[in-house]
Design a binder for this molecule. Structure first.
Ligand code: DON
Length: 314
């Protein structure tokens, strides 16, 4: 086994404990009431390489919901369903500089399509492009996609989180109606049905091991490292990874690109999916968030790992 891997195995527990100290500077998300029960001092990481080796450190037994991490994958599924040209008539390719749930630019900037697929407005537009005869079928196809990528067919929606978000998602509802007004959602679209698909994919229950397993497929350009089977076309993985660099950590994406320099996507549950291209898939959970909505300790840990092991792509 290569040197860096053995070194990682030895050093990871200590690096993790250093980063855990950052949890005191963060707060667990409460705007979806059911998320507020997560352990604020928790921090766990799983790293998977392309040869099938896996290292866990810290609180990897924490389960949490995918939240915005799911947006990277619904984007790739929508691209597989519709092709690049169609998808990018409904959603842009640029960072916003605004909060992840902002609706400012939908009104301010013509043609009123969401700036990118990783902000809420963009992800709702993407959910509307998932193929299926009913919202159940669409949400079912998304869940199946996650079964394939994680290799875990028991993955399922956390009903409590799903209902909690559905009940309190006034802003997402406003965004979706705005998208209909702007013809991003067609005239005959049932907004509640689109939102249902979105709430369900955000509420899929997962853990660090799943995130690392999915990330190593992205690190391997969409091919399953174990079988070589191309699960996602290379081009769509390239698009997804580019969005992860430019928008994956919201308004802290530029800062994270400078400090860590690897593609990553965070969620308000405190999860981060990251990857070292060609080498590793990484899953992190640290429910305490900074003001930008990213895991405080998770960001600290990824940045210190990248610095120690020279992982930056830049
Ligand atoms: O729509 C929402 O607000 C959540 N389901 C997902 C947001 C999210 O994870 C933003 N991430 N930092």
């Amino acid at each position: 086994m290569h040197n860096e891997w053995s070194q990682l195995k030895n050093e990871l527990p200590e690096l993790l404990e250093q980063s855990r100290k950052e949890t005191i500077h963060g707060q667990v998300a409460e705007y979806i009431p059911e998320l507020a029960h997560a352990p604020a001092q928790g921090l766990g990481i799983t790293i998977a390489d392309r040869q099938g080796n896996v290292i866990h450190a810290g609180d990897c037994s924490i389960s949490f919901t995918l939240q915005s991490i799911s947006k990277v994958f619904t984007l790739m599924l929508a691209l597989m369903d519709n092709g690049e040209e169609t998808v990018f008539t409904k959603v842009g390719k640029e960072p916003t500089g605004d909060d992840f749930n902002s609706m400012l630019k939908l009104e301010l900037v013509e043609p009123g399509i969401p700036f990118n697929p990783l902000i809420n407005a963009g992800a709702i537009a993407v959910s509307s492009m998932i193929k299926g005869k009913s919202p159940q079928e669409k949400a079912g196809r998304v869940l199946e996609f996650f079964h394939t990528l994680t290799g875990d067919a028991s993955l399922t929606v956390n009903e409590k989180v799903y209902l909690s978000e559905k009940r309190t998602a006034h802003r997402n509802r406003s965004l979706a109606y705005f998208l209909k007004e702007n013809q991003v959602l067609d005239e005959d679209t049932d907004v509640e049905e689109v939102l249902d698909v979105y709430f369900r994919h955000c509420s899929i229950e997962t853990n660090c091991g799943h995130l690392a397993a999915m990330a190593v497929i992205l690190a391997n350009q969409g091919a399953d490292p174990a079988t070589g089977v191309q699960l996602i076309p290379k081009r769509y993985v390239q698009i997804a990874k580019t969005f992860m660099i430019s928008c994956g950590m919201y308004n802290a994406s530029g800062e994270f690109a400078i400090q860590a320099g690897i593609p990553a996507k965070s969620g308000v549950s405190g999860g981060i999916l990251a990857l070292v291209p060609g080498r590793y898939g990484i899953g992190v959970i640290g429910p305490a968030l900074n003001s930008k909505g990213n895991s405080t300790a998770g960001v600290h840990l990824l940045e210190s790992l990248s610095r120690s092991y020279g992982w930056s792509m830049f």
